[in-house]
Design a protein around this ligand. Structure first.
Ligand code: ARG
Length: 462
């Protein structure tokens, strides 16, 4: 052969591809991660071509066997991926020619790389979403386990990072359970939306072969085939939704990490971590720093970046396929890897977290955190309006602040200066644990509520 075939299109190409473009335009170093999906989809496609008598059975069988061999080569690290064959699809096709000869030429009947890549990519997102869902569930289970041990642990609840009202540490942790539960739903929504097979849309217009798209869709585990071939090859919503779900989840983990950093700081000292998740300083011998939490907090930036990038790449793309979209995979792979690392670190942090219950209790009693409870007491027991009792409680706080007392250090006699008709029953109002347990409204922080919630969570996450 004069023109030694290098690329599948080399017949019409007179000059060689520029070296620098070959390196920059090739995606093999990224999309080789799709090899399992690519081989699976090609196998199903070939089975369909045989069934529909579009290609000879013999050649089809050779293709399927060849693909099997290629998979085992890649599995065992014996496959050399080559930049000059651009991407995973052409690397595999090239290898197939080397293994089975001209029969390989039948494989690409009735398809294009345009529907091939989006099929592979959807299959990858489906499988990887399952991994993420498992990782999120592990963090949720770790939260429930830690919460169960801290139902009665009173801590200061903050608003504006100022002491607000006493809460249970378990209740605080379980707030993150709820956030992660929504994250799972976001990923699951995407799974539902993307559950349509694009294979058979070919380049953009469909194909004149009598293919069976329903067969390939079902065999690959999709609910159905997509309805519009042009949309099929140009749609990357599933990648955007995936990166959006990842960004929101990473944001939640970042908030948890920031909470941990604050609660662990020397100013608060409300939680500690085992050495396994801490690092020291190269100069300050005393330091033990919660680096994993800082990485989780910082890396949300990576997840936001990937989402922003894909939204920008897709903006203004006319129909249908353009090479712009080739970079979608690096974004999704990085977003996926970053999120899973953050989930792993969150899991480890929660499991290695130690609670300083005494300090928490003490801090929960600072900053007049039961001032609202006193106002509520006057409303309920003395029939005052809330605004009136709010005023009385404000004066009490002023008094306590001036006299450097916590509210539970104010005596009954002193209290009576603010509201005459009081007896010793009022004193229990200023106990932070009583305050916490009085919040029995649905979803509130009372230990009775939390116990019920934990039961429910354990059922849904087992
Ligand atoms: N590597 C390509 C990508 O990821 C595959 C599709 C190529 N299609 C094409 N018409 N050049 O987008």
């Amino acid at each position: 052969m004069k023109n030694k075939i290098k690329t599948v299109w080399s017949k019409r190409f007179k000059g060689k591809t520029s070296k620098s473009f070959q390196r920059i335009g090739s995606s093999i170093n990224v999309d080789k991660r799709l090899y399992e999906q690519d081989i699976f989809a090609s196998t199903v496609h070939t089975q369909m071509l045989i069934k529909q008598k579009i290609i000879p059975t013999n050649e089809g069988k050779k293709i399927i066997n060849g693909l099997k061999k290629i998979k085992s080569l890649i599995d065992n690290n014996k496959f050399v991926f080559e930049e000059k064959y651009e991407d995973i699809h052409l690397n595999i096709e090239k290898k197939l020619f080397q293994i089975i000869g001209p029969a390989a030429g039948f494989m690409h009947t009735a398809r294009s790389r345009n529907d091939q890549v989006v099929t592979d990519f959807k299959l990858w997102v489906k499988a990887s979403t399952q991994d993420i869902l498992k990782d999120i569930s592990s963090v949720m289970r770790a939260i429930v386990k830690k919460a169960e041990k801290n139902i009665d642990t009173v801590m200061p609840g903050f608003t504006h990072l100022k002491n607000a009202q006493p809460i249970s540490f378990a209740h605080y942790l379980l707030a993150y359970y709820e956030m992660l539960k929504r994250d799972k739903k976001r990923f699951e929504n995407n799974l539902n939306l993307l559950d349509e097979s694009p294979l058979g849309s070919a380049a953009l217009s469909g194909t004149s072969y009598k293919i069976d798209r329903n067969y390939t869709a079902k065999k690959m585990g999709f609910k159905k085939a997509t309805d519009n071939s042009i949309d099929s090859v140009s749609d990357r919503d599933f990648a955007i939704d995936f990166l959006y779900a990842a960004a929101v989840c990473a944001m939640h983990l970042s908030r948890l990490a920031e909470d941990f950093i604050i609660l662990n700081s020397d100013a608060y000292k409300l939680i500690e971590f085992n050495d396994s998740v801490l690092t020291g300083s190269s100069i300050m011998p005393q330091k033990k720093n919660p680096d994993p939490a800082e990485l989780i907090r910082g890396r949300v930036g990576i997840n936001y970046g990937k989402l922003n990038s894909i939204l920008t790449i897709m903006k203004g793309l006319p129909m249908s396929y353009f090479k712009d979209m080739q970079d979608d995979k690096a974004l999704v792979f990085d977003g996926h890897d970053t999120l899973r690392d953050s989930l792993t670190m969150s899991y480890e942090l929660i499991n290695n977290l130690k609670v300083s219950k005494d300090r928490m209790h003490k801090m929960a009693n600072q900053g007049f955190t039961t001032a609202t409870d006193f106002a509520d007491y006057l409303v309920k027991e003395k029939n005052l309006s809330f605004r009136e009792s709010y005023g009385i409680s404000s004066s009490l706080v002023d008094f306590a602040e001036k006299n450097k007392k916590t509210l539970d250090q104010v005596s009954l006699e002193e209290l009576k200066k603010f509201y005459k008709n009081l007896d010793k029953n009022v004193l229990k109002i200023f106990n932070v644990r009583n305050s916490m347990n009085s919040k029995k409204s649905y979803g509130g922080t009372s230990s009775a509520n939390i116990k019920k919630m934990i039961k429910k969570y354990k059922r849904e996450i087992k």
